[in-house]
Design a protein around this ligand. Structure first.
Ligand code: SAM
Ligand code: SF4
Length: 334
C-alpha cells in the first residue's frame, strides 16, 4: 500500500489525510477555556503511548494515506522525549507541524530547524501580560511573547491562535490585527467551543459575523478577503499593506465539516474521528496485543458523522448532555 491512496474516506466522500497526535494530556498552563478548574486526573504513564508506539501507529496512518501530522496536546513540548519523537516522525513522508503554547519554544528551535518544521502554531489569547496570565492561570507571558518574536526573526511561518471570548479579549481584536502590521504572522481568531469542564455558554462566545463587524467597522475598505486553501478551517483576510494576515475559525457558527480531513489520536491512543465526538476507537490496546489496527482505523473513519458528530445547531451544542461525554480539550488534543 502506498500513501497516495485515499483509503481513509468516509461515507460522505471526505478523504482524511491530516492526523493530529496529542503527545500528552499534561500542560504547563491552565487556560480556563481548555483545562477544567479542578485540573485533570493524572493517570499512570503506562496508559499513554510511548515514543515507539507513537511512531509505529503514525506509520500505520501514513500507510493509509496520511500526508500531514500535527503534534499537539496538552502541551506537546513538556514531554521529556518530545525531541526524539520529532526526530523520528520527521523521517516519514509527511509534513510535520506543531501547535504549542510557546513557553518552551526556545529549547526546540534547533530541533524544528533540523527536522524542517517550518510551520509553528502558537497560542496567545492576549497581548496584555496581566490578562494573559489571568486566562492561563500562570505567569509566562514574557517567555511566550519573546519566543513568538524569535520564531518571526528566524523566519518560521508563525500562526497565532487566540480564542475570542466576550468580556475577556474581544476588546483586543483590533490590537491583534495591528500586530500583523509589522509582523509577518497569521493571527487566527477561534470561536469559543464547548468541551467537558469548560462551562461553555454561547453568550461568552463571539461569532465570526460579530468579529468581522468589529474589523470592518475599524478598517473599512482596507480589509480584503484572501483565498482560503482547500480543507482550510479558517476564513482568511488581510489589511492593505500589512505584512501579516488574519483569519476566523468559525467552528460554532459556520462549521467546516464538509471539507474536514482531520483525524485525532489522543495521548492514550484513542482515535477520534471528530473533535466533538463522544465515541472513540481504542487503538493502543489492540496494538499492544499485536492486533493489526488498520481495519479499526478504516472502520472508524467510515462511521464519521456528517456534521459535528451529530450536533448541528448551537442549541444542541448548548445541551451539556450531548457534549459532556466528550473529553476536555486538554485531553483531546486541539
Ligand atoms: N498547548 C498547545 C496550545 O495551547 O497551543 C496545544 C494544545 S491546545 C488544546 C490547541 C488549541 O486549542 C489552542 O490554540 C487553544 O487555544 C485551542 N482551544 C482550547 N480550548 C478551546 C476552546 N474551548 N475553544 C476553542 N479553542 C480552544
Ligand atoms: Fe494548555 Fe494549550 Fe490547553 Fe492552554 S490551550 S491549557 S496551553 S493545552
Amino acid at each position: 500500500m502506498n500513501n497516495d491512496q485515499n483509503i481513509l474516506t468516509d461515507q460522505f466522500g471526505r478523504v482524511h489525510d491530516y492526523l493530529r497526535i496529542s503527545l500528552t494530556e499534561r500542560c504547563n498552563l491552565r487556560c480556563f477555556y481548555c483545562m477544567p478548574e479542578e485540573g485533570i486526573v493524572l493517570r499512570p504513564r503506562s496508559e499513554f503511548m510511548s515514543k515507539d508506539e507513537i511512531v509505529s501507529i503514525a506509520n500505520t496512518f501514513v500507510a493509509l494515506g496520511v500526508k500531514k501530522i500535527r503534534l499537539t496536546g496538552g502541551e506537546p513540548l513538556v514531554r521529556n522525549d518530545a525531541k526524539e519523537i520529532i526526530n523520528e516522525l520527521s523521517k516519514l513522508p509527511i509534513e510535520l507541524a506543531i501547535t504549542t503554547n510557546g513557553i518552551l519554544v526556545d529549547k526546540f528551535i534547533d530541533t524544528f530547524k533540523a527536522n524542517r518544521m517550518n510551520s509553528i502554531n502558537v497560542s496567545l489569547d492576549s497581548l496584555q501580560e496581566n490578562k494573559l496570565n489571568k486566562i492561563t492561570r500562570r505567569n509566562y507571558f514574557k517567555s511566550i511573547y519573546s519566543n513568538i518574536q524569535r520564531l518571526i526573526r528566524e523566519d518560521f511561518h508563525v500562526k497565532i491562535n487566540a480564542v475570542i471570548m466576550r468580556g475577556v479579549n474581544d476588546d483586543e481584536i483590533i490590537d491583534f490585527i495591528e500586530f500583523t502590521k509589522d509582523n509577518k504572522v497569521h493571527f487566527r481568531f477561534i470561536e469559543f467551543m464547548p468541551f467537558d469542564g469548560n462551562k461553555w455558554d454561547w453568550s461568552k462566545g463571539i461569532s465570526y459575523k460579530e468579529m468581522m463587524a468589529i474589523v470592518n467597522n475599524n478598517f473599512k475598505e482596507k480589509v480584503s478577503k484572501i483565498e482560503d486553501k482547500k480543507n482550510d478551517t479558517a476564513k482568511n483576510y488581510q489589511i492593505d499593506r500589512y505584512k501579516g494576515t488574519f483569519a476566523v475559525i468559525s467552528s460554532v457558527t459556520n462549521p467546516f465539516c464538509d471539507s474536514c480531513n482531520r483525524i485525532r489520536l489522543t495521548a492514550d491512543g484513542r482515535l477520534k474521528n471528530c473533535l466533538f465526538s463522544g465515541s472513540e476507537t481504542d487503538l493502543l490496546t489492540p496494538f499492544r496485543n499485536g492486533i493489526d489496527v488498520q481495519p479499526l482505523i478504516i472502520e472508524s473513519i467510515w462511521r464519521k458523522k456528517e456534521r459535528r458528530s451529530g450536533m448541528e445547531t448551537i442549541t444542541q451544542f448548548s445541551d451539556s448532555a450531548l457534549h459532556s461525554n466528550n473529553r476536555s480539550m486538554v485531553s483531546i488534543g486541539g
